[in-house]
Ligand binder design. Structure first.
Ligand code: FAD
Length: 289
């Protein structure tokens, strides 16, 4: 089966680029070896974040990754080999390319390198790295709690569930950002929430406003996430049903500490603490990306 050229929004594009899963097209990724990909398109999202589209060498290659997975990027920067993980926002069966949403950090080695790349430049990738082996309908509810670029693995989960006709899991996303301008892919999330309103709810919270007008008109949640915000918005697990709710959390370190405790230094899940522990969540129903 051939490939279709890219179209503007994530949702439209992902729908178009989905190909028959039984296809025998070659894999674009190799979990054991680095492969070179070429930057083909850069799309600005906000003041510090951009979408980067990278083409596979073989345009018939398929991303072919299980949900939820990320990819390891490798670059030689200033004489040092640097590795960082990024989460594709393209569907697993996308053909010919992958897209990543990357935030620029002024002191960030890899993010700065990628933001400085020009179309035609190349970088190496290896993967996919499976982070969470999602099984349809295992939980009745998913509570996704994200901060900043932590929304990228959540988008993978949301699309996988909503685009799988027999997956009845109810999904709630609570997405925290500093300001309105920092909210990523809001348009795509809102479209999904509108189209799949019976199954997907999306809430935003911000704690700074550009001006008093923005502060007055903002209809979402306000401030840092609190226990009462969580109680009001996400399903809370009853003590007698382990499969009622799974909370998945992704964001910067301070955000993880607040919500559920950070992962351990060797990247293990570690104990659940923070707000989710106060609400009765345990290691059985929390996953830290
Ligand atoms: C599984 C996984 C998936 C990821 N997916 C994405 C993704 O889709 N998009 C994306 O943009 N990033 C993603 N990241 C984060 C990414 O891997 C890098 O950590 C990030 O781009 C910063 O790398 P860097 O080399 O630019 O910064 P580094 O050189 O590692 O850090 C330098 C400085 O940058 C700042 N900084 C770095 N990270 C953060 C942070 N999270 N919060 C606040 N300040 C920070 C700090 O000032 C830090 O001192 C993911 C991480 C993981 C583990």
């Amino acid at each position: 089966m051939g490939c279709t050229p890219a179209v503007p929004t994530i949702i439209e594009r992902n729908k178009l680029m989905e190909i028959n899963k039984s296809s025998t097209l070659p894999d674009g990724l190799d979990p054991n070896n680095f492969r070179t990909i070429t930057l083909s398109k850069i799309r600005e999202v906000n003041h510090n974040t951009k979408f980067f589209t990278f083409n596979f060498n073989d345009p018939k290659s398929v991303l072919n990754m299980k949900i939820s997975s990320c990819i390891l990027f490798k670059a030689n920067i200033g004489g040092k080999v640097v590795y960082r993980q990024y989460t594709p926002t393209t569907r697993p069966n996308t053909c010919g390319y992958l897209e990543v949403l990357i935030k620029y950090y002024p002191a960030g080695v890899m993010s700065k390198h990628i933001h400085n790349m020009k179309t035609g430049d190349q970088i190496e990738i290896k993967g996919p790295i499976l982070k969470y082996d999602y099984q349809s309908n295992k939980f009745k509810n998913l509570a996704l709690i994200a901060g900043g670029t932590g929304v990228t693995p959540m988008l993978q989960m949301i699309e996988e569930i909503l685009f799988t006709a027999d997956d009845k899991t109810k999904v709630t996303l609570l997405y925290a950002n500093t300001s309105f301008a920092d909210i990523l892919i809001k348009h795509d999330l809102d479209k999904l929430a509108q189209k799949y309103s019976h199954q997907f709810k999306c809430y935003y919270t911000i704690d700074k406003y550009a001006d008093t007008v923005e502060e007055e008109v903002w209809t979402g949640e306000r401030g840092h996430i609190t226990t009462s915000m969580l109680e009001n918005l996400i399903p809370i697990p009853p003590s007698d049903d382990d499969e009622s709710v799974m909370a998945m959390v992704c964001g910067p370190s301070g955000f993880m500490e607040l919500i559920c405790g950070d992962k351990t230094l060797d990247s293990k899940q570690g104990e659940v603490s923070g707000l989710l522990k106060q609400l009765g969540f345990t290691e059985k129903n929390v996953f830290k990306f």
